[in-house]
Ligand binder design. Sequence first.
Ligand SMILES: Cc1cc2nc3c(=O)[nH]c(=O)nc-3n(C[C@H](O)[C@H](O)[C@H](O)COP(=O)(O)OP(=O)(O)OC[C@H]3O[C@@H](n4cnc5c(N)ncnc54)[C@H](O)[C@@H]3O)c2cc1C
Ligand code: SF4
Length: 327
Amino acid sequence: MHLDPFELHRPTSVDETVALAREHQGRFDYLAGGTDLLPNYKMHLNLRPHLVALEDVGELRGHSLERLGAMARLADLERDAELARAWPALGDAVREVATPLVRASGTVGGNLLVETRCFFFNQSYFWRASLGFCLKADGDRCHVVPQKTTCYATFSGDLAPALLVADAEVELAGPTGRRTIPLEQLYDATGDGIRRLTLAPGELLVAVRLPSSARGRRGRYLKLRVRPAYDFPELGVAVAGRWSDDGRVEELRLAVGGADPRPRRFDELTRPLEGERLDDRRRRELGAEVARRVRPVHNTFLAPEYRKKMVAVYVRRALEASAPADA
Ligand SMILES: Cc1cc2nc3c(=O)[nH]c(=O)nc-3n(C[C@H](O)[C@H](O)[C@H](O)COP(=O)(O)OP(=O)(O)OC[C@H]3O[C@@H](n4cnc5c(N)ncnc54)[C@H](O)[C@@H]3O)c2cc1C
Ligand code: SF4
């Protein structure tokens, strides 16, 4: 596999970046760490003739307890013990992404916008050609659910669920200006594995904001994968919450990734639990209810029936691990 030629642009400011986006609209991709994009390019997946590298855009770099620049490296987050104490689910999730080598290059923005994955998509051109391609690249049908014109490719980033339970917001900059939206709204609730984001054409992710009101919640991120040292999530469950001294839930967030084309938070299930004690029965009930709402399909290593069952198990375990011992 080889990389086809492309023209590389190296802007140094957000304004310059957005101007390039306007100039090359529909014919470029942003390049962050390249750990997702470049392997996909080598497989000839949706190639563009222009790449706009974000490396030199100062405003996108660095991180603090309140703000993660889109170009903050995962390895830098991983080394920050204070960040992991303030945002425990995020601390877990960062450590679980891929390998140390990938985390050295991989960025926060690239992780949140990572391409959705499917066994029939993440393959070489030759492999895909032999099957007749698919909706997500070069083809006109889905091999997973052939009777539909929808793509079921799975969102497989680790950071999104952990940032969803932190009530994170994202700063965006595009040809029509700047805006800030809740992270959950970055992912299209009506979309599929292709139209998975609500970003406007050319819109750039500048940073993630972490609200101080959510800091210090107890929490965990638990990940199911085949090879623990390496693989994408087959499922990722994040929990964050606060408990009163007498063990009642004061606030609770729960999010799931790796199961659907977008990561999701389940406020409609967790909000009614505020004020309650979450005993083992209630944790199991919540796990079963979340499992009923996710729809994994057969496009990754593990069978969807198994992944669905594991949703219930991982929700229960993440809740157990997050709650204080006497709750
Ligand atoms: C072997 C291997 C294992 C992996 N395992 C995991 C895993 O376990 N968990 C996991 O979450 N990921 C995994 N990944 C995927 C990937 O490495 C990570 O998600 C990484 O964080 C992506 O970041 P990046 O900076 O390299 O993104 P890039 O590859 O540079 O970009 C990814 C996508 O985001 C877009 N993009 C990037 N930054 C911006 C921005 N600021 N604004 C707008 N668009 C932007 C790019 O155009 C591209 O479409 C793995 C990858 C490999 C190669
Ligand atoms: S779910 Fe279907 S359309 Fe989407 S990537 Fe897989 S095979 Fe292609």
